[in-house]
Design a protein around this ligand. Sequence first.
Ligand code: ATP
Ligand code: MG
Length: 358
Amino acid sequence: MLNVPHDYYELRDMIVFDNVGKTYTVGGQTTVALQNIHLDVRRGEIFGIIGHSGAGKSTLVRLINLLERPGCGSISVDGQRTELMRGSELRRLRRRIGMVFQHFNLLHSHTVTQNVAFPLQLTGELKRAEINDRVAELLQRVGLSDFARKYPSQLSGGQKQRVGIARALANRPAILLCDEATSALDPQTTHSVLKLLAEINQELGLTIVLITHEMDVVRRVCHRVSVLDAGQVVETGPVEEVFLHPRHAATQALVREAEHEDGTIPDYDGTGARYRLTFIGATTHQPLLGELARRFDVDYQILAGRVGTIRETSYAQLSVGLVGAGVSGAIAHLRALGVRAEALTDITAQEKVLAHAA
Ligand SMILES: Nc1ncnc2c1ncn2[C@@H]1O[C@H](COP(=O)(O)OP(=O)(O)OP(=O)(O)O)[C@@H](O)[C@H]1O
Ligand SMILES: [Mg+2]
């Protein structure tokens, strides 16, 4: 079992894409699905890949277990180059990689137990009693011990996905690939399935690659994320950074979709300075703005804001107008406390440049 905090990683990356490209040619028509992809997924992390429909997410994930082969570039998994693998070597690689699908892909004429036992029977290494024990352990792991004899048609979507996860874990893979694993589920069920994935990651040390078009999914469980747009990686970083300080126009659009409001800052006709303040972790629990107003004799007006959690950590991001002689002292004070304070004029100028470049 790998039991390390998530800011520590082993030196060797788990999955590396080096300048990978993939095109499809159908009926003389060529589609560039991916180009110039550089990625490194670290051992033991939950790595998100987010993008709109058609961005190339499924193609990317299918390259990892060689359901597709890259057109150019190289891919390595656990230190081994994969693009030339064939036969038994390829089968061994695929056993190290479990996969969970959006529409579950269960065998409908098989019970829950039979579905989970299926990959173990294919491998043919365990005796029947050992398979039964392993299946019981897996069903307990995903909270479905009481459903062993049911058929998929008797299960809810969330339960079906739990069967899918148990099946994917059967051969003790090192990597779990999830392609839109929660996209067919309602918000509450999504939450419980993501919680299960986070537990599996923590307890088994499994590396998880999670494909999604929803920023909320990334925010809840991922450690790092890459944003795919039109077949290219346009942004990669820790989720805290990408979610709270999105740089590329495509990332900004994905973040806005996850907000309840449209996130635009109302026109501010005050004479003061506009800042975006980002509180994360401990600073979200302190009454800093009121203290600031008194101590530095500044008035503040909240122009826009969002609060929530990233994995288990709370954040608050407020755009404020500040008025008074003590503004620069107040900003320096906040920064000394670990609050990120960015002048909004700089941000909007920067965003305009990036949006233009995109
Ligand atoms: N087997 C294929 N043959 C031809 N074109 C394909 C094939 N698979 C994908 N494509 C094309 O490659 C591009 C990327 O598709 P991909 O399925 O990877 O996107 P995606 O990000 O997973 O989209 P979605 O969110 O809708 O699942 C699209 O333009 C798609 O039409
Ligand atoms: Mg897809």
